[in-house]
Design a binder for this molecule. Sequence first.
Ligand SMILES: [Zn+2]
Length: 111
Amino acid sequence: MTLSEKNVKRAFQSAKTDIINLQREILELNIRQQKIMQMLSVLDKKLVVTDNKAAKNKPRVKPTYVASKAGEKFHTTNCPYAKNIKGKTKIFFANKQDAIAQGFKPCNCVE
Ligand SMILES: [Zn+2]
């Protein structure tokens, strides 16, 4: 074996070792990736559960109240008076306090 042949052989062997090392690293990375994916799917499930809980705990939509800008009283949206209020003059309230705070008085329809 000539010197150059030895050098070539050595270079091949070191390349081979490098490849084996790289393969090991790739394998480890794959395992890590799988673990991360598992963790993510667990987190996803937890998120879905949390979302469902949040949805169940949501309070029911409060009844809204309505008044006419021109009027003095506010009504439930089901009140016949409320239905007579023209679209442009309608004001909606999320609760009684808001309506009262804006100077309106409750109609008999308001409990
Ligand atoms: Zn009313």
